[in-house]
Design a binder for this molecule. Structure first.
Ligand code: MLT
Length: 336
């Protein structure tokens, strides 16, 4: 009995400690502070999603939930952010699904190569699995998704040669994110990719440690990759998708009306992000072309890239929550 009491007391101390940074007293009504971290400058799409979330949740909660945004990796890398949101030392973050998946494997179903054909298809996919995925990621990581948006296809850039066919990849040192799906897909294309944390990429490109990388036009522009990269090949294996995540215990500690405010603001901020990406892609593409990059369009043999990448789907099933979940998710998306 004594032991149970001690464990119960320690749990109460741990839980109240975890929320110390998230709550503040104000007169009779409790107010809450959400520290939200992301990896891009404020003016970038992701920064704008963060600002939109802040404005909306502060409005919908009548000022009882306040948001402090921390842009540009001030609070660490995306994977560190996910870890911190999972532990409760940070309330919220916006991250690439590739950096979320190591902690919330089931989200990886959105990264199966060539699963989405365009942005609208990805929106439908994210929306159809939203609730089922949330049940799983809360269990897997202690984090909850409150909005999911995209940033466009991840296109291949390099500084060495025009890549027009799969054979042109030979000899290139291409950085990929540290996620098995990206690593194995590039391996299936005959490369030995270089997995590297996102924070190291700009310098590695500048110093020629790597020849290339893959990311949406928005990123190529906002991170000035045109300064070191000459060619863009529009491979369509993966759409950048990213969740707005929140610590689930913190979320559940909020009164119901504030949970609603957070949910509504998260979904609307994500919707804003989707439209921002759709409208901004052509502009970012034009800007990188004006900055001197040669845009090569899709590979001439795109079906070979697709066949090779899709042939290895089964090897990802265990890492994205299991084959049954993949089937359930594809069913929800109307892709079975
Ligand atoms: C990555 O390549 O690691 C991500 O796409 C970076 C990002 O979140 O923009």
């Amino acid at each position: 009995m004594k032991k149970i009491l001690v464990v119960a007391m320690l749990t109460v101390i741990a839980v109240s400690g975890a929320f110390a940074s998230g709550q503040a007293e104000s007169g009779e009504e409790e107010t809450y502070v959400i520290k939200l971290s992301h990896s891009t400058p404020d003016a970038d799409q992701i920064g704008q999603v963060a600002e939109t979330f802040k404005e909306l949740v502060e409005e919908y909660s009548g000022g009882r939930v306040m948001v402090e945004n921390y842009p540009h990796m001030q609070l660490g890398t995306e994977q560190e952010n996910v870890q911190d949101v999972a532990s409760g030392s940070l309330e919220a973050a916006i991250v690439y699904t590739g950096n979320y998946k190591p902690f919330a494997p089931s989200s990886g179903v959105l990264m199966l190569p060539y699963i989405f054909t365009n942005a609208e298809d990805a929106w439908n996919g994210m929306d159809s699995v939203f609730d089922a995925l949330n049940e799983r990621v809360v269990e897997e990581s202690g984090t909850r998704i409150i909005g999911y948006f995209d940033r466009g296809f991840r296109y291949l850039t390099n500084s060495v040669k025009p890549v027009r066919t799969i054979d042109d990849l030979e000899g290139l040192k291409i950085r990929v994110s540290k996620v098995d799906i990206a690593i194995e897909t590039f391996t299936a294309w005959g490369l030995e990719p270089v997995p590297m944390a996102w924070a190291e990429v700009p310098t590695a490109l500048q110093q020629g440690v790597i020849d290339g990388q893959e990311n949406p036009y928005a990123t190529i522009w906002s991170h000035k990759f045109y300064e070191s990269q000459d060619y863009v090949t529009e491979i369509h294996y993966l759409i950048w998708t990213g969740p707005i995540i929140i610590n689930n215990d913190f979320y559940e500690s909020l009164p119901a009306d504030l949970q609603d405010a957070v949910d509504r603001a998260g979904r609307e901020a994500a919707e804003f992000g989707r439209q921002f990406a759709l409208n901004g892609e052509e502009e970012a593409k034009q800007k990188v072309a004006d900055a001197g990059m040669e845009l090569l369009g899709p590979p001439q043999d795109e079906e070979v890239w697709q066949e090779r990448a899709q042939s290895i789907w089964p090897q990802f099933y265990d890492g994205v929550g299991g084959e049954a979940w993949v089937e359930e998710a594809l069913g929800l998306m109307g892709k079975m």
